[in-house]
Design a protein around this ligand. Structure first.
Ligand SMILES: C[S@@+](CC[C@H](N)C(=O)[O-])C[C@H]1O[C@@H](n2cnc3c(N)ncnc32)[C@H](O)[C@@H]1O
Length: 238
């Protein structure tokens, strides 16, 4: 289902070569969490250290440095692929807070009823676009119930342009891969293309923002890449 399962290290090369602008994205994620930490800082004596859940954590290649310095209460990494979880644990290394790793579908995590464990920081990067539009709307609804008051959801992903069809999005992303991802071999590029055309369902930003509002979220774009695809949204309880 995913590049990690099907194509071994190809996704790692995409990250290492910054082909999807992960570096700028990581900076934006760190800034958002640091800002939030500062805003709750004055309450810190009164509230427990924040719980962070990472949906589709992958191998944590990029998030690990940030996680190592955050004063978290706990971290839960969820991924559909069991094989990435030990890689993620190794990338993170020892930290001062408890970490758990679970092989699980992110929609199943969202659907689980756990009111005793509200999540302060929900993070997901490049995983939710695998859900259908209906599943994405359901996911937003379910996650809204799992977020703590004053919590935040950082959603990094690929998105379509407003009104753009999935086919038109696919065509322009495929053109980008074939023409500019020259750091990958032609065979690797074609594997990514096949994956994208088979499994990717990026949200239309207008449609998904309406679904988020209906589910009780306030939406703000924090960062947009230079290719009208990769972006980071901040969702907070409305
Ligand atoms: C493109 S990788 C991104 C990994 C990491 N978040 C990052 O940004 O480097 C997507 C990850 O999401 C996982 N994934 C895809 N669909 C998922 C789902 N429905 N539930 C949980 N994990 C999923 C994949 O196994 C993969 O590890």
């Amino acid at each position: 289902m995913d590049l990690f399962n099907r194509q071994g290290t190809t996704y790692r090369q995409v990250v290492d070569q910054d082909l999807m602008e992960h570096r700028a994205l990581s900076t934006a994620v760190a800034k958002a969490i640091d800002t939030w930490m500062e805003s709750v800082g004055s309450d810190r004596g009164k509230r427990e250290p924040p719980r962070l859940v990472d949906l589709g954590c992958g191998d944590l290649g990029l998030l690990a440095p940030l996680l190592r310095r955050l004063p978290l209460g706990s971290y839960l990494g969820i991924d559909l692929s069991a094989q990435v979880l030990p890689l993620a644990a190794a990338a993170l290394g020892p930290v001062a807070y408890p970490c758990r790793w679970r092989e699980l579908d992110l929609l199943s995590w969202a659907a689980a009823d756990n009111p005793a464990q509200p999540v302060d920081i929900l993070h997901s990067a490049f995983a939710i676009h695998h859900l259908s539009d209906g599943e994405k709307a359901r996911f937003l609804d379910l996650c809204r119930r799992r977020i703590a008051p004053g919590g935040l959801f950082l959603w990094a992903d690929v998105f379509r342009q407003p009104g753009e069809s999935r086919d038109a999005y696919g065509a322009r992303y495929v053109e980008r891969i074939r023409n500019t991802w020259t750091e990958l071999s032609q065979e690797e590029r074609e594997r990514v293309v096949t994956h994208l055309l088979s499994f990717d369902h990026p949200a239309d930003p207008v449609v998904i923002q309406a679904a988020a509002a209906a589910a009780g979220w306030r939406w703000k774009w924090l960062w947009r890449g230079t290719h009208q695809a990769e972006a980071l949204a901040l969702l907070t309880p409305a």
